[in-house]
Design a protein around this ligand. Structure first.
Ligand SMILES: Cc1ncc(C[n+]2csc(CCOP(=O)(O)OP(=O)(O)O)c2C)c(N)n1
Length: 335
């Protein structure tokens, strides 16, 4: 496997207790946000789609903390974690899920469409967002911004899409500073990846066809994702070539709230949950004396409180008015 080698203990020491505790707090916030969003959906407070990031947190937390917010980020409908890490407040995000006027997209986008200054969006069309990410990479190159990169996150289900291959080809041809990250959670909705994608080690093998580098990374461990993202950012800034990465990860829930994930047995799910990235980081930090069990409980309680506040805020927020319905809608009229 082509990975990025790192020494976990050494890296932890370099990053230090304070930094690592912040990452753990982020994981608690995301986990609580997702759990409460799920509950709110079941209470009928949220409508439409809802895709949860539970199990995949080490990827977003590792990416944003290693690379820095000040890059360009593009992702799929599974976008709550990136939004929270890239400057969207829990209030604003929850209000958007509730479809309220003061939500992140004025209540018009819902769960799949969150944005920040640097998050171009959560997008609903599988593979449709990849050309947008290479657009931001092109803009960076055109403007000579050599210290920033574009990061594009996609599911394994997007790999067989034409837009993925066309984007890789252009990015390679034009030397665009783009990091393509396949979050391979083993399923595209209810279809096993082995039934949808012709090869395993997707990134390593697909990258060869476009003359770029491909890597396979453990996406369930914060230190692994952090080390990898740090390395890729430096490499892209230095060499100006795109990189394709596969992060091996597990989603603990179904594809969306309406998928009970019956294609996995209880035993399989149990094994998956044993790899929990939050528990893994917690366990490591406790083991190294960088946090105590008691402090972890406090962090979790604080995150829960923040999210409960966000739900209250969303609940009390106004609905969008009918008069604004057509605002911000692009219409290319004939006259
Ligand atoms: C072009 C397009 N085709 C089909 C769909 C319906 N759809 C939504 S998600 C999805 C599977 C995506 O696979 P992946 O990202 O690997 O899955 P996940 O982890 O989200 O289950 C499909 C087919 C869509 N949104 N867009």
């Amino acid at each position: 496997m082509n990975g990025v080698p790192f020494d976990k203990k050494k890296l932890a020491k370099e990053l230090g207790k304070e930094f690592l505790q912040e990452r753990l707090k982020e994981m608690f916030l995301i986990r609580n946000f997702e759990a409460r969003a799920e509950a709110a959906y079941q209470q009928g407070k949220i409508g439409g789609f809802l895709h949860l990031y539970v199990g995949q947190e080490a990827i977003a937390v590792g990416a944003v903390s290693a690379v820095g917010q000040n890059n360009w980020w593009t992702t799929t409908y599974r976008c709550h974690a990136f939004a929270l890490l890239l400057g969207v407040s829990p209030n604003e995000a929850m209000a958007e899920l509730y479809g309220r006027a003061n939500g992140n997209a004025k209540g018009r986008g819902g769960s799949m469409h969150l944005y920040s200054d640097r998050l171009t969006g959560g997008y609903g069309i599988v593979g449709g967002h990849i050309p947008i990410a290479i657009g931001t990479a092109f803009a960076l190159k055109y403007q000579g911004k050599n210290e920033e990169i574009s990061l594009c996150f996609l599911g394994d289900g997007a790999v067989p899409q034409g837009a993925f291959h066309e984007s890789l080809n252009l990015a390679a041809l034009w030397d665009l500073p783009c990091l393509f990250v396949i979050e391979n959670n083993q399923w595209g909705m209810g279809t096993a990846v082995s039934r949808a994608v012709a090869v395993d080690r997707i990134a390593e093998k697909q990258a060869v066809g476009y003359g770029i580098e491909g890597y396979t990374i453990d996406g369930m461990d914060f230190f692994s994702t952090y080390a990898a993202f740090k390395h890729f950012r430096e490499k892209i800034c230095k060499e100006g070539r795109p990189i394709l990465v596969e992060m091996l990860v597990e989603r603990f829930r179904g594809h969306s709230i309406s998928d009970p994930a019956l294609y996995r047995s209880k035993e399989e799910l149990h094994k998956i949950i044993e790899k929990d990235p939050l528990e893994r980081l917690k366990h490591d930090l406790i083991g190294w004396g960088m946090v105590t069990e008691e402090e972890c409980k406090e962090m979790n309680a604080e995150a829960r409180e923040q999210v409960l506040q966000a739900m209250k805020y969303a609940d009390e927020s106004p609905w969008p008015s009918e008069a604004e319905l057509e605002e911000g809608v692009f219409a290319n009229g004939s006259s």
